[in-house]
Design a protein around this ligand. Structure first.
Ligand SMILES: Nc1ncnc2c1ncn2[C@@H]1O[C@H](COP(=O)(O)OP(=O)(O)O[C@H]2O[C@H](CO)[C@@H](O)[C@H](O)[C@H]2O)[C@@H](O)[C@H]1O
Length: 669
């Protein structure tokens, strides 16, 4: 059967689930370019074809008509403000004329290269650049406590490299340690700005560094200058975090308007990427504080959820401090269920920052969007998230679900019916910073190595055993764990399994900080198994590189994992991941089964499910046995992992797609 060739620019809007043409929007001229098609009726089936420029992939199926050989263009019609008002179908003959008219402009930003080649292999020549403003509590290398920092340190650079103007707004933390030198390259912009919140005008300053094509903007305020990490110190979480991150959000909204970076402000036509609860006031501020006064009417916002367990919940009375109009209370208002209330007079009323962003952002991005729409994974927000499913990009619909809709068009007064089926089920997999995490030139590890010369890897293992005071045993499988010590990372499972695991001839090293109960358990386990176990309590980036390079196996029994970065680092370093089959871990680690051909080509580690001690130990036993007895298979796993593409290019392209979609719709509120 002949196939309908859909132009790469065919981007199906996730809201498009009804037959109404008004709900189908395309960011630029949609070219239906096909041969041998019955123009009166065809259906396109979207499947898991290899060619995809965004979260949708198309595998086409049509009713053929041997005599037709034509192209149609479906063009957006926009009003003076750039809003979509309709579509136009243009037969191939009229195409040249149409393309010479400047209304083929995408939703936002400037068109760098107008003109689209209309051939069967037509490629998108139109590049739309956006002004993008990341708002985040951490960004590597300036500040880091977890994966949020890695993403906000790398993704902006990848987007800037694709032609966008990108700024990252994050606090200028001064802890009074050598770490503060990381901000040494940032200069004071001498542009103090007053933001109204917490009972008065709060003055914030801005520091700036232009690095790798990105404007790194650091919000300066005395509340960011104190010992500890971004969120707390040895006494626990800071009590004024709501104040500190309210300041960050207000300052971030001001930055594109007031900061002249490289001679120009970013201006109002901005795309805000608000990360986690710390930046969640941004979409609310756009809607409640700025738009009613005609500012940021052309801006859009995307909420990126890295960790739904933290939502920025504080007593309802604090709403008055946030610098928001009283009538917007409902956006943040939150009522705890009765069982979660602490005493008889507790009404359960609170404000929830993350909820505020969920109900106001134009798009929501997260790696584990299916999980968070369930009561188990939604941490109380699942119903709200379900209500915004249509803009939840990623695995929003049941995996491999088919979404079918009809598109009625009218060409030369002939009614056409297009039935289009889309498979939705792809999420954004993070990339990694391949220069920071490269075994060939990593400065933190004792010996460098690469896929062409693996000789440095066993030397790194010996160096690690030496450094940690473990018996130096090059042939003993060394298992590693790196991560926050909390429920998400599956520490309970490791604790349960440790006695049995320690009976095997293995060594185990853990690096992590977090829950003091787990920290104490690590110390106690080290005392109990002096010759087999080491637990490094703390946050230490050089040690994390050494463990990644020196171990043979990296264990990640995460209960849930939106994406996960450590398994990607491990694979790049020839360290084999053993992971719970969840979220991004399931997506990035391919299970090894020596009895299937496919596995020999694809596999990069072991995955286990369900999340039980028994299934984790089974997977670990397979890994240990393969390490001990099947060296060629082990080397195959290492090489496959080391040669995979971990760059940010793919993720950046998907983010671009979502940004495009965000600009197609009017602001959500
Ligand atoms: N004690 C320690 N010392 C040194 N380095 C340490 C460390 N503990 C952790 N790290 C580092 O912190 C990062 C952790 O990243 P992850 O993505 O694995 O988890 P996290 O839960 O923080 O991120 C959340 O956000 C990211 C980004 O979206 C998602 O990938 C993830 O699934 C989600 O839970 C890694 O770079 C790791 O090496």
């Amino acid at each position: 059967m002949d196939s309908l060739q859909l132009h790469p620019l065919l981007l199906l809007h996730p809201r498009a689930s009804s037959p109404s043409i008004r709900q189908l929007r395309f960011p630029s001229p949609l070219i239906l370019n096909f041969r041998n098609v019955n123009l009166r009726s065809f259906s396109a089936h979207a499947g898991d074809a290899a060619s995809h420029d965004g979260p949708f992939a198309f595998e086409e199926k049509i009713i053929s008509h041997p005599k037709d050989d034509r192209a149609l263009v479906l063009a957006r019609e926009t009003d003076d403000f750039g809003y979509l008002v309709g579509f136009r179908l243009i037969p191939e003959s009229g195409l040249e004329e149409f393309m010479s008219v400047p209304h083929a402009i995408a939703s936002s930003g400037e068109v760098e290269k107008p003109g689209i080649a209309v051939t069967d292999e037509a490629e998108a020549k139109t590049r739309v650049s956006h002004n993008i403003c990341f708002v985040t509590a951490e960004a590597a290398p300036y500040s880091k406590t977890g994966g949020l920092a890695d993403v906000c340190g790398s993704l902006p650079i990848a987007l800037a490299a694709r032609g966008h103007r990108v700024m990252v707004v994050t606090p200028r933390y001064i802890h009074g340690t050598a770490e503060d030198d990381k901000f040494a390259g940032a200069v004071d912009l001498d542009r103090c700005t007053k933001v109204m919140c917490f009972g008065g005008a709060q003055e914030v300053g801005f520091f700036h560094e232009f690095r790798e094509g990105v404007d790194w903007v650091f919000v300066d305020h005395p509340s960011f200058h104190r010992p500890g990490n971004p969120y707390g110190d040895k006494f626990g979480t800071f009590g004024d975090n709501q104040f500190r991150f309210t300041l960050l959000s207000h300052a971030a909204c001001e930055a594109p308007l007031v900061l002249s970076l490289g001679g120009f402000t970013y201006g109002e036509k901005c795309l805000f990427l608000a990360n986690d609860w710390h930046a969640s006031l941004v979409p609310v501020l756009l809607a409640a504080k700025y738009r009613p006064h005609g500012v940021y009417k052309d801006a859009r916002s995307i909420l990126v959820i890295h960790n739904i367990a933290h939502q920025g919940v504080e007593p309802a009375i604090t709403y008055a401090n946030l610098g928001l109009p009283p009538e917007w209370y409902g956006a943040l208002g939150w009522v705890f269920p009765t069982w979660a209330r602490t005493h008889a007079l507790d009404t359960g009323e609170a404000v929830n920052f993350l909820k505020g962003a969920i109900v106001t952002a134009d798009r929501i991005v997260t790696g584990y969007s299916w999980e968070i729409t369930t009561s188990e994974g939604g941490y109380g927000l699942h119903e709200l998230l379900n209500s915004r499913k249509s803009i939840l990009n990623g695995n929003a619909f049941e995996e491999n679900a088919n979404v079918t809709f009809d598109l009625s068009l009218n060409l030369c007064n002939l009614p056409l019916l297009y039935s289009v089926q889309v498979v939705v089920g792809q999420w954004i997999t993070n990339g990694i910073d391949v220069t920071e995490w490269d075994p060939a030139c990593d400065k933190h590890i004792a010996f460098n190595y690469s896929v062409d010369d693996l000789s440095g890897k066993p030397k790194c293992k010996i160096a690690l055993q030496n450094e940690l005071g473990l018996p130096v045993r090059p042939d003993c499988p060394l298992i590693g764990f790196i991560g926050r010590l909390d429920y998400q990372k599956g520490i309970d499972l490791i604790r349960l399994a440790m006695p049995e695991l320690m009976e095997a001839d293995v060594q185990f090293v853990m690096l992590g900080s977090g829950n003091p109960i787990y920290e104490d358990w690590m110390r106690a386990t080290e005392s109990a198994y002096r010759d087999k176990f080491r637990g490094w309590v703390g946050f230490n980036v050089p040690i994390s590189h050494k463990i990644t390079a020196g171990c043979d196996i990296l264990l990640m029994p995460s209960a849930f994992e939106p994406c996960g970065l450590n398994q990607l680092y491990a694979m790049r370093y020839g360290t084999i991941p053993v992971v719970h089959e969840t979220g991004g871990l399931r997506d990035t680690v391919h299970n090894f089964n020596p009895f299937t051909e496919e596995s020999k080509d694809e596999s990069t580690g072991w995955t286990f499910s369900p999340l039980t001690k028994e299934s984790m130990l089974v997977a670990l036993r397979y890994a240990i046995q393969t390490y001990n007895e099947h060296k060629p298979s082990w080397e195959g796993l290492m090489i496959r992992g080391m040669t995979k593409d971990y760059t940010w290019v793919n993720a950046a392209t998907q983010y671009e797609q979502i940004i495009e979609w965000a600009f197609i719709d009017p602001p959500y509120c």
